[in-house]
Design a protein. Structure first.
Length: 336
């Protein structure tokens, strides 16, 4: 029987997530966030030939809600790592196309069928050029989907899409120019086989802190990368988490980067607001937001304290005073 934990109260009910899905959901959210946050760097890295033709100055439109309507959760397995992005081209002010990016972390014999289905649904809805790019993060060296092909009674159809397999990529070459998105890809590859080895994981994370520092990136980009490497792979021993946090502050001098609980609660809050709007329960939305923020801070403190984070760091994460954090810790202790 699956176990569920309450994440956010909306009106009289709770939004719950299954415990067995927490890590998978977290990683999906991290991929989705890093793709959007570093999208220009992604284009520069993964589309070097096409990058000069894209009008970066016009910005991008992220069509996540539209993609969800095209590909319902029941078909996508509730995966949130897919992105659909509208990009504009330089050669014509009216020229634009859609880039569908999918992060796939497991083998699936129907994967190419699904990619083709997404492709024609997107094209059918928008009637514009569509490009598909896949990032494979699985551990199966033999799994290399690269296209869809079918034929019947003389009719043939073939769809090729671009793909990067982390297991096979030369990360040193990938990260040679200090591209921020390359750093994220490199880290994801490095931790594929840590197998709950905290010492190895700490060494990898600390090495990437130094890589980020040496890349000379802005504080904003450093914060985004720090959040990604902090939560993409977890330590078993809370003491290692504390050691990493101290090293992160020392090397990058970053305080208060978004935590995993905040990412999850943000997603749950958005879902709750959308559900409340659909049902027309305006009062429930307001109550849900207020209660969600309170619960969010309590959960950040509870989980962060159990992971060995300091009172000072927890105060920065929750924007509370250290006295308020200590009071919350004591209250949680009394309930045990």
């Amino acid at each position: 029987m699956p176990q569920f934990v309450p994440v956010l109260k909306i009106g009289l009910g709770y939004i719950c997530i299954e415990k067995s899905q927490v890590i998978h959901t977290n990683r999906d959210s991290l991929w989705k966030g890093i793709i959007e946050d570093l999208f220009t760097d992604l284009l520069r890295l993964l589309f070097p030939d096409q990058y000069p033709t894209i009008d970066i100055d016009r910005g991008f439109e992220y069509l996540d809600k539209e993609l969800q309507q095209i590909v319902p959760d029941s078909e996508s397995g509730n995966r949130n790592a897919d992105k659909l992005v509208k990009v504009f081209l330089k050669n014509n002010p009216n020229a634009w196309g859609l880039l569908h990016i999918e992060v796939q972390g497991y083998t699936d014999k129907f994967f190419t069928d699904r990619i083709f289905s997404y492709y024609y649904r997107i094209f059918d809805k928008y009637q514009c050029p569509v490009s598909t790019f896949v990032i494979l993060t699985d551990k199966n060296l033999a799994y290399n989907p690269s296209g869809y092909e079918t034929s019947f009674l003389g009719t043939k159809l073939k769809l090729d899409f671009r793909c990067i397999k982390l297991l096979k990529v030369n990360t040193e070459a990938l990260m040679a120019d200090g591209n921020p998105f390359a750093l994220a890809l490199g880290f994801a590859k490095e931790v594929l086989f840590v197998n709950k080895n905290d010492t190895l994981l700490l060494n990898i994370k600390q090495a990437y802190l130094r890589r980020i520092e040496q890349a000379g990136l802005s504080q904003t980009v450093c914060r985004r990368l720090l959040t990604f490497i902090r939560f993409y792979e977890h330590f078993e021993n809370p003491q290692f988490s504390s050691n990493f946090e101290l090293e992160a502050i020392k090397v990058l001098k970053i305080k208060g980067a978004m935590g995993l609980e905040e990412i999850l609660l943000h997603d749950a809050l958005q879902q709750g607001i959308e559900q409340g709007i659909e049902q027309g329960i305006e009062q429930g939305i307001e109550q849900g937001i207020e209660q969600g923020i309170t619960l969010e801070k309590r959960e950040v403190i509870k989980n962060g304290w159990s992971e060995g984070l300091s009172v000072e760091l927890l105060a920065r994460l929750t924007k509370l005073s250290e006295e308020e954090v200590m009071a919350c810790i004591q209250m949680l202790g009394d309930k045990k």
